[in-house]
Design a protein around this ligand. Structure first.
Ligand code: ADP
Ligand code: MG
Length: 535
């Protein structure tokens, strides 16, 4: 009958006597033992243990070159810790000392020569059974350990996710609390500033006419500071006002908004960098995606803020990349730079209002605005950044199909309705400015050159002209002079790009009511109009 234990086992016989080896081989062959290897040179034994991986070693004690005792020690030393490899000693020497010594070295059992076949098989079998039980135990232990490892790593994953979710929650809460605080402060400051500016206006006439030069200048500084403060306050109120059901929202094609923002900000990322001898390359990957319901000037402000930050982060130049995509009723806008990146601390705090690492040059309001707007649209802002390894901002917004119906509203205008002529030789710029004005509830007519402005002014009544300075033919300053020469008193806002060094060369040109440096944002436009028309 086939003995399973014997048949699956591997044997190594080490005996210098050929007759012994043959006898054992024959015996094992009859018992249908698995795999049998034998050697009569004990010097080969150790390497055979390693290469043949026997389940049992049948070992003679007295052999030339290396005796059995030494071999037992060597084999034990060569085995991995915890492995049970039975060694069955075959010897004619049955003195108690010999037995004791062999057992002391680690032999597992004895057989005395001459060998009795039944006893040989029985003892071998016993030892093999123990060996296989050990192996099984080892296997189960390993499986168990693996399970524990798997489970631990699952738990660690879950814990990591929980921690991340908790951090996110804490961050959100902090932003919310800061936002509420900021808008509360903004509200109170607004009241105070309204008083300061209001009484200031009343005093202005006095200072203009009757006050000495020094006091007049001091008063001027005071009013400028109050106005600056009121702009900060107005911005804060803008970002953190709650979503307004009556707000005018239109389907915004983000890809177009990105292209417009790139053009609008070119004075900063291209011209200014060029002047400093560095280069920022703009890359876009803008596949067609669904639109989302928003306020185009706000969307451009979001993008402008992200672009300015990216430019600030690349003082040595680099790549500014825009990509969009959509999935499951959401659209994704990614703005990446290859700039200085952020530390973990900076990354986790950069959305907070007034958080800036730019000292005097920063306001810390750019990303707060981005966050405020995106939040109001029901979206989220994701930031991926490592110090010295660039930054990617990912904005997630609900696509228009996933949003509720647009609520049209006429009460959007904050100022009186104006008719504005917009002149710029670059079509996209005059379009954008016109669109910004339209979004504010004004009528705007984009025109290509100064001559057309003069023609329109002669044709009908306009409240304001917004003009680019650098245009072929007639410049903005020349247009202002022409207008005044033809007795037109319509106010003119002159937009200057980097390089139009008019401020240093004698200040505001004659006939121009206000100089505004490009790029123009919705809020700077609003402020400019308010200041020119005293709205
Ligand atoms: P500001 O630009 O006035 O500092 P922001 O709110 O726009 O304010 O940005 C806050 C801070 O976030 C910045 O001062 C800067 O430390 C960090 N930051 C924002 N964008 C980036 C960017 N693209 N790369 C590196 N740091 C950035
Ligand atoms: Mg900024």
């Amino acid at each position: 009958m086939l003995d399973v234990v014997l048949s699956k086992a591997r044997f190594l016989i080490v005996d210098d006597e050929a007759s012994n080896v043959r006898l054992l081989e024959r015996l094992l062959e009859l018992a249908k033992a698995g795999h049998v290897v034998s050697t009569m040179d004990p010097r080969n034994a150790l390497s055979l243990v390693i290469s043949e991986k026997p389940d049992i070693v049948l070992l003679d004690l007295h052999m030339p070159f290396v005796d059995g005792f030494t071999l037992i020690s060597q084999i034990k030393a060569a085995l991995p810790a915890g492995e049970y490899l039975p060694i069955l000693v075959l010897t004619a020497d049955i003195t108690p000392e010999t037995r004791q010594r062999a057992l002391g070295k680690g032999a597992h059992d004895f057989l005395t020569k001459p060998l009795d076949p039944d006893e040989v098989l029985l003892r071998i079998r016993n030892l093999l059974e123990t060996r296989f039980l050990h192996l099984e135990l080892q296997r189960q232990n390993e499986a168990l350990e693996q399970q524990v490892r798997d489970r631990t790593s699952q738990l660690e994953d879950t814990l990591g996710r929980l921690r991340a979710a908790q951090e996110q929650l804490v961050k959100q809460e902090r932003l919310r609390a800061l936002g509420m605080m900021a808008s509360g402060i903004a509200h109170d400051f607004n009241n105070a500033l309204t008083m300061v500016l209001g009484y200031g206006e009343l005093l202005a006439a006095f200072f203009k006419n009757d006050a000495p030069q020094r006091e007049r200048e001091q008063f001027q500084h005071l009013m400028e500071a109050a106005e600056d403060a009121s702009h900060v306050v107005a911005r804060l109120r803008d970002f953190y006002r709650p979503a307004d059901q009556d707000e005018l929202r239109v389907a915004v094609d983000v890809n177009i908004a990105i292209q417009q923002a790139i053009v609008l900000t070119a004075p900063r990322w291209r011209d200014k960098c060029r002047a400093r001898g560095i280069q920022i390359t703009v890359e876009t990957d803008l596949p067609t995606i669904p639109s989302f319901l928003g306020h185009p000037p706000e969307v451009r402000e979001i993008l402008t803020n992200l672009i300015f930050n990216a430019v600030d982060a690349m003082p040595e130049g680099g790549v500014l990349r825009f990509s969009t995509s959509s999935e499951d009723g959401r659209i994704f806008i990614r703005v990446s730079d290859t700039g200085v990146g952020m530390t973990e601390e900076e990354c986790s705090r950069c959305l907070e209002p007034f958080y800036t690492t730019k000292g005097e040059h920063g306001t810390g309001l750019g990303l707060a605005a981005v966050y405020g707007f995106v939040q109001r649209y029901g979206g989220s802002v994701g930031i991926q950044s490592r110090k010295w390894a660039g930054t990617t901002f990912t904005l997630t917004l609900p696509s228009s199909s996933a949003q509720k119906v647009v609520v049209e509203n006429s009460g959007l205008t904050r100022m009186r309705h104006l008719r504005v002529l917009v002149v710029d030789d670059q079509e996209i710029i005059r379009q954008i400015i016109a669109e910004m004005l339209q979004a504010e509830g004004h009528d705007a007519l984009p025109v290509e050159n100064g001559d057309e402005v003069l023609r329109q002014l002669a044709l009908s009544k306009w409240d304001l002209v917004i003009s680019d300075q650098a245009m072929p033919g007639m410049t903005g300053a020349q247009l202002a002079a022409e207008m005044r020469a033809t007795k037109s008193s319509v106010p003119l806002i002159l937009l200057t790009g980097f390089g139009d060094e008019m401020r240093t060369n004698g200040g505001t040109p004659p006939g121009v009511d206000l100089l505004v440096s490009k790029p123009l944002t919705a809020s700077s436009l609003r402020r400019a109009i308010a200041s020119v028309l005293n709205e």
